[in-house]
Ligand binder design. Sequence first.
Ligand code: NI
Length: 265
Amino acid sequence: MTALRLFDTHCHLQDSAFDPDREEAYLRAQQAGIGLILAGWDQESSARGVAFAQQHRNCWAMVGLHPHDAKAWEAHWPEQLARWVRQPKVVAIGEIGLDFHYLHSPKAVQEEVFRAQLDLARQWDLPVSIHSREAEAETLAALDEFPGIRGVLHCFTGGPAFARALLDRGLFISFSGIVSFANAAEIRAAARMVPWDRLLIETDAPYLSPRPWRGQRNEPMRVVRVGEVVAEEKNVAPEEVFRHVVANTLQVFPLILTDAKNWQD
Ligand code: NI
């Protein structure tokens, strides 16, 4: 039904790192048959992601406040999110979560803002894209307060045990370029055990270029390389991974399908 071969299920093409060549990076992904989901991290980036998605085919957006920026949460946020999620091309709340590594926002504020956005997503029956760093137990505890929540643990950096706990809670698991790094044996072990019907991949561009481009600015078309690494781990052809990722993306972000004129050729 579609010309799309693959999705980059989490990227930040609205980031200023793409100011010199955003349209070119988008076109390179289009030519490779890759659909994009742009993740917001604060007010401005969420608005820019929605605007870009509305102006470009095979492009969708999610809106939310990242744990780094949680201290920017104010009383107007729920209403702002409500306005965005009523707009075309907005398919999820994200990225949201907990990051106890950098602590750019205090832990207690992150916990509160994460829960506020989980609560809204569940009210609106929207999936979430979750960032979790050095906060595995706390992430699971928050998820347990919102049974039935749908979504993805993005840029997975845990091992098989954390993957198992997320799968048990119904979440999808998305691997980024980190899966290709030399010191990522535990993440590759998780990639081997995640079942086909819960697997996603992403770039998180402009961050986290896979090998052999580690350290360079990343871009959405490199999601192909992430898929190749996962395919090696699972001992299948890359196209097999891509096929499951397309099916799973539509499963977890079903609003993509309501946007038929942007989806079909
Ligand atoms: Ni991200």
